[in-house]
Write a protein that binds this ligand. Sequence first.
Ligand code: PLP
Length: 492
Amino acid sequence: MSWIAQLSITFDPARPRYRQLTDALIGAITTGRLQPGDRLPGSRQLALQLGVSRNTATAAYQDLEAEGWVTRTVGAGTRVNHKLPPAPPGPTPREGRSPPRRPPAAGFRVLARGDQSPHAGLPPGATTLRWDFGVPDVRLAPTDALARALRRALRTKAELVLQYQRGSDMVTPPLPRALSRMLGTRRGMAAEPADILVTEGSQMALYLAGQALLAPGDTVVVEHPGYPGAWQVWESLGARIVSVPVDEGGLVVDDLADRLARGLRPRAVFVTPHHQFPTTVVLQADRRLRLLQLAQEHRFAIIEDDYDHEFHFDARPIPPLAALDDGGVVVYVGSLSKIVAPGLRAGYLVGPRDFIAAAAARSEVIRLQGNALMDRALAELFEDGEIQRHWRRGVKIYRRRRDHLAGLLRRRLGDALSFRVPEGGLALWARVHPSVDLTRWADRARDRGLVFRTGDVFYRAGTPPPCVRLGFARLGEDELSRAVDLLQAALP
Ligand SMILES: Cc1ncc(COP(=O)(O)O)c(C=O)c1O
């Protein structure tokens, strides 16, 4: 009671008074100024003391009672709930009650699985230009058509797209149907809707594939150099990673065959055969067939990441390994990130039906269901040809940007960089001449307002050769010219 007698509150006009009073009293309880069983004054007395209306004091007591901080009985008045544990001795009690400071570390054990995020992105800096690893120009995305499709889905299918979709309510959702048709006509793949699982981007598809395939200690073969975002998935599932080199014909499948002959028993081989990440090379036809044979012989899965399939510039895109798979060994990962926009988080997994069922079950554990609204809108964009028109336009624009960048680099930086013009994909892979200090180059470029990351992140072991992966799709031709100006100016 003695502490209460001294209580005075400076009220903040922005918050209800009764709640500020409630919080002040909770603060007094949690910091030990009021102990379990202590008696509080009647609401009239408290109101008088604090210069507030009686309603305010009563409302505060009602909240305190509803939240279990006090008990109120006729006769015994209002008391701090005697069942509350005594407040632990703590720092000097605070006046009023502000939320506790958030401690920087968890008060329990945290399992850190996998390394730091390889998706950290470009380092910050006072930049004018940032050079990515190969992302689309979302300024070109069909946003008006998408907005119309989303609106239509909300207006005409609200119940379907906004409700939980469980068990018998489920109908074959439209996006797998649209993808099935697209994969059949554009990629030569026979995939029924039931063979397709829609995911939030291909990164999630990789994770679910790993979940359905890998037990701790299993081996996954990866390309080297390769895609760190996939390595992180395999590592987070406790798999052991074995690197097989890549040359100008893609994964060196003979090297893999040797290792298999010497007893290597992988559960999966992860490849980016269309435009190898990061080198952009295409996996040669003989190697494709050999890899498929090896998978059947040794019963491992080929995880085929076809992340930017559509963007092949000088010929038609090459059909995926999945289109040749008659042994049920290929798990195919596709994405709408490059063809439409990464922020939509739309990707998919295609594979043997038992495998897709296993992956779908794991998907339900973490997200119950997909984003029916976005999926329906995207299906509509496929069905009415919007996405196809968009990618035809994208191919033309990105081809020009690729040629523009390649021409500039040859003319302006031909002594420092050697590269082959990529047949497809959204980035150019270049070796840096050994006489150039690449780290210094990147630092000096950043000082001038251009941020780029060096290619060592794509190597797991050994001394990485100096190299860079320069995306050309997100930047317009003028921006690419400016970026090359800055690169040239920064050359050490
Ligand atoms: C080779 C490769 N695979 C997968 C991804 C993940 O893409 P998303 O999850 O956006 O589909 C990326 C992203 O850049 C990539 O480069």
